[in-house]
Design a protein around this ligand. Structure first.
Ligand SMILES: Cc1ncc(COP(=O)(O)O)c(C=O)c1O
Length: 387
């Protein structure tokens, strides 16, 4: 038998990713984005940060086969990896749009030889890119990144016209797209978001009246798609909704039928009975209130399950939720399964997923579901199903 612990052994803790559900989420987002029959809107599916922890290559390939027109990555290492993977496996040729910035010449050769489109956000690096492309006899598709208010990266609105006039001369770049990004799209009817849309629109009008044409204009992430129908332009960039979550449940309560595609699964590895008044785990910050049984599960913060969930989260076993008790360890967490449950060693446990969505954990941690799935560590194998 070929024994390769990394490849062939599936630990009791693993993340099951349901590609069929991903396909359904994708269809829902595509339908919402194309609800105006007179405006055909393309999808740039965001698969950065290893597809928010779901596995960039597998998710990217699946979405390419489902018909996404673009895939969006965060940096050039991801872009190169994804582009090479798609070349081998995806049925359709889908370009990768890198949302990150290229500021070092040493990577330019790798980028321009692949199906990668480049975000540009300043003159100096854009000129460098053009010179490099010229020396290599290549034409590169670029997207002008406009900072309409997030104040992160991109050309400032007031500088964009002048910048574009300079960039127009760069003959080895094709100004394929122009895009911007919201600061507050998860809030409905937010005046700041509305101003960003208006400012971005008026900039596009100004640039287009100045003989500049962009075949792709895009702004909306999931929040924009759900709250700001007037910000679709002709492409949208959904991320979190494809993975089955809303950006922030405190702010955005709409229901569109998307479902989590990741289920973090584990197994009961050990069960013991304890009398009342016994402490559990490091630091002794939980004591049994009655005689009870405690199940130990083989996962912890080493798998990306935050230690801050100690005594706060629940898990789902055989149709019921049970509380996590005692400090979450690096490799173990303990659950109070009560005296009367029939739970035994090797029973399946859902740590989060359809029956206990990751929003429950993000709410406890005062964060957003993005962080929960992104944090699931490399040790946790991703298993893909199409059930
Ligand atoms: C530039 C850009 N576009 C789109 C997205 C996707 O956003 P969401 O996951 O909220 O749909 C992100 C994610 O952070 C982003 O940074």
């Amino acid at each position: 038998m070929n024994f390769n612990a990394g490849e062939t052994i599936i630990n009791d803790t693993y993340a099951e990713i349901n590609l069929k559900t991903l396909g359904k989420n994708f269809e829902i987002i595509k339908k919402i984005s194309n609800k105006d029959p007179d405006n055909s809107v393309k999808i740039c599916a965001i698969v950065k940060a290893d597809a928010y922890g779901h596995g960039m290559n597998e998710i990217g390939k699946y979405l390419a086969d489902q018909g996404t027109e673009y895939l969006g990555t965060a940096d050039y290492s991801e872009s190169i990896q994804l582009s090479d993977y798609l070349k081998k496996f995806a049925k359709k040729k889908v370009p990768v749009l890198c949302l990150g910035l290229l500021t070092e010449e040493k990577f330019l050769g790798e980028v321009i030889s692949r199906n990668i489109e480049v975000s540009i956000a300043d003159i100096k690096n854009t000129v460098n890119l053009n010179n490099f492309a010229k020396a290599n006899n290549k034409k590169i598709n670029v997207h002008l990144q406009i900072d309409s208010g997030i104040n992160r990266t991109g050309f400032k609105l007031k500088d964009a016209n002048e910048a574009v006039n300079k960039l127009k001369q760069l003959s080895n770049l094709n100004m394929k797209g122009i895009y911007s990004h919201f600061a507050t799209s998860e809030i409905d009817k937010d005046s700041y978001a509305l101003k960003q849309i208006e400012d971005f629109k008026s900039l596009i009008r100004e640039l287009e009246s100045n003989s500049m044409k962009f075949s792709l204009k895009h702004m909306s992430n999931t929040g924009g798609i759900l709250n700001y129908y007037n910000s679709f332009f002709n492409m949208v960039r959904p991320g979190i909704s494809l993975y089955g979550y809303y950006p922030d449940r405190q702010q955005l309560v709409k229901e569109i039928g998307i479902k989590p595609i990741m289920t973090l699964r584990s197994k009961v590895k050990f069960v013991k009975s304890l009398e009342r008044g016994q402490s559990i785990s490091y630091g002794r910050n939980y004591f049994t209130k009655t005689k009870t049984r405690i199940a130990s599960l083989p996962l912890g913060y080493g798998d990306g399950y935050s230690r801050l969930l100690t005594n706060k989260a629940k898990v789902y076993i055989k149709g019921k939720h049970y509380p996590v008790v005692g400090t979450v360890c690096m490799d173990w967490l303990m659950v109070n399964i009560g005296n009367n449950s029939k739970i035994k060693v090797n029973d399946d446990v859902e740590i989060f997923g359809t029956n206990y969505p990751a929003d429950n954990l993000s709410e406890i941690l005062k964060t957003i579901p993005y962080e929960i799935t992104c944090n699931i560590s490399k040790r946790v194998k991703r298993i893909y199903t199409e059930k």
